[in-house]
Design a protein around this ligand. Structure first.
Ligand code: NAD
Length: 250
């Protein structure tokens, strides 16, 4: 499929996991990918892989916690490829803590990456998305749709991403743009590989969100992203689309 010929995709978190798989998928379908990440090495690897396949990607080291860096990245994307058709807010972090262990620094870091970065990159990209009648996809989580023990700050940020997506969709409902979110369940990425379950965790509390089915691969989320951000999904606006093996079906 070549659904992204002449389209420009600004994506965060492309050094790893879901972001890297999405960059690969959109580039393979013809997009010019402008990829952001704080991890310079991983970013360069993704860029080298895509460009050596004869596809288009330009990487820019960016810390999405900085509003200035978000604005500069959106402008750099426009300067490089002429506009923005798709914004994918993919970068994020997760960890486990008991509520009483969460420090102010933990809280701020989680919120600055998972929530503030999403909002301010969206704000910076929106005029360009409107100009191209494009669309935005935020990567939320099943954790934004259900309560989970030991991840209260993560759940709070992802719940906020879910409702921010809907609020944005309402504010821009009269514009010919689309704003949606994907809520993945467990996906095999560095985020899950490095996820340390608390030594004293009560597994009976975690049973309902560890799921009956195995976790999936990032390519599954990239495939849904590539559909949702394409012309094929023209009627989908303000939706939270789950890809979680039934985790949130109950
Ligand atoms: N893996 C899962 O099971 C799962 C499930 C649901 C939702 N998600 C969400 O999917 C998204 C991608 O996660 P992943 O699993 O691919 O993780 P990942 O760790 O493989 O990738 C996350 C990327 O975000 C980048 N990043 C972190 N902080 C940043 C910052 N300040 N500025 C710019 N980039 C930054 C990292 O360097 C990394 O490349 C996240 O929003 C995560 O919450 C993941």
């Amino acid at each position: 499929m070549n659904r992204y010929t002449n389209k420009v995709a600004l994506l965060t978190g492309v050094a790893s996991g879901i972001g890297r798989a999405t960059a690969r998928r959109l580039a393979a379908e013809g997009a010019c990918v402008f990829g952001l990440d704080i991890d310079q090495t991983g970013l360069a690897e993704t860029e080298a892989e895509i460009t050596s396949a004869g596809q288009q990607m330009s990487g820019r080291v960016t810390d999405i916690r900085s509003v200035q860096e978000c604005r500069a990245a959106a402008e750099a994307c426009v300067a490089t490829y002429g506009g923005i058709d798709v914004l994918g807010n993919i970068a994020g972090i997760a960890n486990q803590r008991h509520v009483h262990q969460v420090t102010e620094e933990d809280w701020d870091l989680m919120n600055d990456i998972n929530l503030k970065g999403v909002f301010f990159l969206t704000q910076a990209a929106l005029p360009h998305i409107i100009e191209r009648e494009g669309n935005i996809i935020n990567i939320a989580s099943n954790a934004g749709l259900m309560g989970q023990a030991y991840t209260v700050p993560y759940c709070a940020t992802k719940g906020a991403v879910v409702n921010m997506t809907k609020a944005l969709a309402m504010e821009f409902v009269k514009h010919p743009i689309r704003i949606n979110a994907i809520a993945p369940g467990g996906v095999d990425t560095s985020l899950t590989a490095n996820f340390k379950v608390l030594e004293d965790a009560d597994y009976s509390l975690m049973a309902r969100y560890t799921g009956a089915r195995p976790s999936t691969q990032p390519e599954q989320i990239a495939s849904l992203f590539a559909f949702l951000a394409s012309e094929e999904a023209q009627n989908i606006h303000g939706s939270i689309v789950s890809s979680d093996g039934g985790l949130t079906a109950e």
